[in-house]
Design a protein around this ligand. Structure first.
Ligand code: FES
Length: 166
């Protein structure tokens, strides 16, 4: 189903904010990513059509900004800051431990599709390093134990939200 079928109000709200509708590309990409888990070619085509630009222009934006994904990622993106202040507090080793715990490499996704781990640059909470971000939630002063608990909690939440089947 097209984005305009499912998110027309939201899309129109964004389009109304800008004198030039081309400026709405980024918020529309964000809607697409929320909806499909990543930016599909179909979404690029649709967004290009809505704002009136070439698909190449939209692909260029997706390729430029690291917050957009053109391939499937885990339901939970675990961003681990390994920039200098966090690195000084052991972020590299922490990231490696989290990856080992989940059985993935940096940028890898677990087989169940629940988690993707990505090392990132500063996410603005250096005073509480090392820092990890789970989608939009910040987790500060991280340790492997805290990360394991968070991962367990998120797995439990996911299990609990599955439809009951018998
Ligand atoms: S360096 Fe890690 S949050 Fe700033």
């Amino acid at each position: 189903m097209a984005l305009m079928d499912t998110h027309a109000d939201e899309i129109n709200r964004h389009l109304a904010k800008y004198p030039d509708r081309r400026s709405a590309v980024m918020p529309l990409l964000y809607i697409a990513q929320q909806e499909y888990g990543h930016i599909t070619d179909e979404a690029v085509r649709e967004i290009a059509g809505i704002v009136g630009v070439d698909e190449t222009h939209v692909h260029g934006i997706v390729g430029f900004y690291t917050m957009y994904y053109d391939e499937p990622k885990g339901k939970h993106l675990l961003y681990i800051c390994t920039d200098l202040p966090c690195a000084l507090k052991g972020a590299e080793a922490f990231s490696q431990q989290v990856c080992e715990h989940l059985g993935v490499e940096n940028h890898g996704t677990t087989e169940d599709g629940l988690f993707t781990v990505e090392n990132v640059m500063c996410i603005g909470a250096c005073h509480r390093a090392p820092v990890m971000q789970d989608n939009f939630h910040f987790h500060e002063d991280m340790t492997l134990e805290k990360a394991k608990k968070l991962i367990d909690d998120l797995r439990r939440e996911h299990e609990a939200s599955k439809p009951y089947t018998h």
